[in-house]
Design a binder for this molecule. Structure first.
Ligand SMILES: NC(=O)c1ccc[n+]([C@@H]2O[C@H](COP(=O)([O-])OP(=O)(O)OC[C@H]3O[C@@H](n4cnc5c(N)ncnc54)[C@H](OP(=O)(O)O)[C@@H]3O)[C@@H](O)[C@H]2O)c1
Length: 242
């Protein structure tokens, strides 16, 4: 495919920004989704300054209006979408289950689970119009039921509810879409970027991995060719246990 059209959500900073940079460097036309226009414009301008074709798209992923406007714009300008990276997320914390408010739980699921689902629903016709649509759901190793129940893992020790549950649901969404899309040219995968030094992990002390490293596995799968895996849950080193 000569020119890929890509959309990355939550791409004004952190791992999303690096995914946008990586896809731009690979020659894609990248729509940099961000909910705060000033930050999104600035990030897109920075990447354009590096020579990449990156365009800001105002996209609060929890807004049905923004999601349908994004689909309309992509339809109008390109008639297809080749790469969707569901990256935007909130709520990594270690509030124990009994302390989590329903409002917080709902807000986290809205952003981390329902928004990717809404985006896939809305953009599926455009991904089907691509010769090789790619959907990456940015997940987390904290979503792994296996790691959370295996003695001596850091995941077993960390007690949290909203974020891991929202990402576990995102993993299941990935699996179910993968089954439905098996005979299409679309490939969908869940990718854990690894414990990365971003605003999300600020204050947790020990995340030293730079955001560009967190973007590597996401960009690789987003650009994968006909041999792309499908319905997998991976990090940079390979498959993760569900
Ligand atoms: N960092 C890690 O160690 C780690 C590990 C595993 C998985 N992940 C995953 O990697 C992805 C990127 O995380 P990160 O570490 O780069 O976090 P980050 O620096 O906090 O970036 C999160 C991005 O999501 C955006 N966002 C949040 N809610 C949004 C909404 N409603 N609409 C649009 N954008 C929204 C934020 O925008 P604002 O600037 O407007 O808030 C920001 O651009 C997430 O899916 C996260 O769960 C991260």
């Amino acid at each position: 495919m000569s020119e890929r059209i890509a959309l990355v959500t939550g791409a004004n900073k952190g791992i999303g920004l690096e995914v946008a940079r990586g896809l731009g460097a690979a020659g894609a036309t990248v729509y940099l989704g961000a909910r705060q226009p000033a930050l999104g414009e600035a990030a897109a301008a920075q990447l354009r300054g590096e020579g990449h074709d990156v365009r800001f798209l105002e996209l609060d992923v929890t807004s049905a209006l923004h999601v349908s406007a994004a689909a309309a714009l992509l339809h109008r300008e390109h008639g297809r979408l080749d790469i969707l990276v569901n990256n935007a997320a909130i709520g990594l914390d270690f509030t124990p289950p009994s302390q989590v408010s329903m409002a917080s739980l709902r807000a986290i699921f809205e952003t981390n689970t329902f928004a990717p689902m809404a985006l896939i629903h809305e953009l599926l016709p455009l991904l089907r119009a691509s010769a090789a649509g790619r959907i990456i759901n940015v997940s987390s190793d904290f979503a792994s039921l296996t790691l959370n129940t295996t003695p001596k893992t850091p995941h077993r020790k960390a007690i949290s509810l909203a974020y891991p549950a929202s990402k576990a649901a995102l993993n299941m969404l990935t699996v179910q879409y993968a089954k439905e899309l098996r005979d299409s040219t679309i490939r969908i995968n869940a990718v854990d970027p690894g414990f990365t030094d971003t605003d999300m992990t600020a204050g947790m002390g020990n995340a030293t991995r730079p955001p560009a490293q967190g973007a590597v596995a996401i960009v690789r799968l987003a650009l994968a060719g006909d041999d792309s895996p499908h319905g997998t849950y991976v990090n940079e080193d390979g498959p993760l246990p569900w």
